[in-house]
Design a protein around this ligand. Structure first.
Ligand code: KG4
Ligand code: ZN
Length: 338
């Protein structure tokens, strides 16, 4: 077996509210992927509280590390490198993972690898099906909405991004207005399937040819509609609001992704990030790709939301390219993807 065929990476992810450690072999075989979610702790505040997130990561990381190694049934000698999310994310949360990774790498004498969180979300797809290039990824998460063109492994060209709220953020904010618990995205998705899209909310297409997104206008429009309805004595059900909001979001995301794929001449699209769990988005994008003869990959739900296996997969390619970090590696809240 060549060295490239027997690479085992220990990966750590702590960028937001999930503490996760995974062991990944050859970038695709997930030997373990332990995820400890803090959602319950943040629920009563209606969103992630950074200070609480950091504290949870500190409490959890050692146990999760041990559990991931045990579940993978590998010894430390079999680990080739330690990969960790270095950004973007909450800086205090990132620091816990980065410092844990540094400590393990130093103690075990292994190379350290810094991984971009979005690269991780993209590589969740490589676990499902080997990536082939060129491809286009639609990244939709709580912090990001991006269209990324990749001509080869590790090469990222951001061709469109949100100018204000990320799509998951818009979902969560509208859900909050409707009085739904955090995180609102999954609840909105569920309600959307129980109602009709009877309200014609705006679609933010932006300038001709732009692949950028904007969701704050839509969010305001939902809030105004609710406000005006009260004054006029109109009644919209939460199901109708959710279905109408979701229809607007999906139409813009799918239309722009398909247009970008055509212009870039790609026949492969990946969906990535927490909002990739959205049933409506999965269905509409699947239908559009079938019609355009484009191969679509969508990770299973547990690989859509934050997890360390995706970081291990992306980290494997950095390891093969010899792109090691040194002991100056730091958590970077606003790290750019390049
Ligand atoms: O990727 P992720 O786990 O964390 C970030 O890196 O941001 O994404 C979390 C986001 C949250 O905003 C959550 O509400 C949203 O993904 N989300 C959904 C669904 N499941 C999760 N949004 C819409 N529909 C869903 N089914
Ligand atoms: Zn994420």
């Amino acid at each position: 077996m060549s060295e490239r065929e027997s690479t085992t990476i220990l990966a750590i992810e702590t960028s937001c509210d999930e503490t996760s450690v995974a062991v990944v072999r050859n970038g695709r075989d997930v030997l373990s992927n332990v995820v400890s979610s803090q959602i319950e702790s943040h629920k009563r505040f209606g969103g992630v509280v950074p200070e609480i997130a950091s504290r949870h990561h500190v409490e959890q990381i050692t146990f999760i590390l041990e559990e991931a190694m045990k579940e993978a049934n590998v010894s430390k000698d079999e680990i080739d490198a330690v990969a960790v999310t270095e950004g973007p994310g909450l800086v205090g949360a990132l620091l816990v993972g980065v410092n844990a990774a540094k400590a393990v790498a130093f103690a075990w004498g292994k190379p350290l690898i810094g991984v971009h969180h979005i690269a991780g979300h993209i590589y969740a797809n490589h676990i499902v099906e080997e990536l082939t290039f060129p491809l286009l990824t639609l990244v939709v998460s709580g912090g990001h909405t991006e269209l990324i063109y990749m001509k080869e492994h590790g090469s990222y060209e951001v061709i469109g991004e949100t100018r204000d709220d990320a799509v998951g953020e818009a979902y969560d904010k509208v859900a909050r207005t409707l009085g739904l618990p955090y995180p609102g995205g999954p609840q909105m998705d569920k309600l959307a399937h129980e109602g009709e899209a009877v309200i014609n909310f705006p679609r933010a297409w932006l300038e001709e040819g732009s692949y950028d997104f904007s969701f704050s206008g839509l969010k305001s429009s939902v809030i105004n509609t609710l406000h005006n309805a009260k004054q006029r004595g109109e009644q919209w059900s939460n199901e109708e609001i959710a279905a109408s909001f979701q229809a607007s979001v999906i139409e813009v995301l799918v239309t722009k992704a398909m247009r970008a794929a055509k212009e870039k001449g790609v026949n492969r699209i990946l969906l990535a990030g927490g909002v990739a769990a959205n049933r409506g988005l999965r269905k509409t994008l699947t239908e559009a790709c079938e019609k355009a003869d484009i191969t679509l990959t969508i990770p299973p739900l547990k690989l859509c939301t934050d997890n360390a296996a995706m970081i291990g997969s992306a980290g494997t390619f950095l390891f093969w390219d010899g792109k090691y970090a040194d002991d100056r590696l730091n958590g970077q809240a606003g790290l750019m993807l390049k």
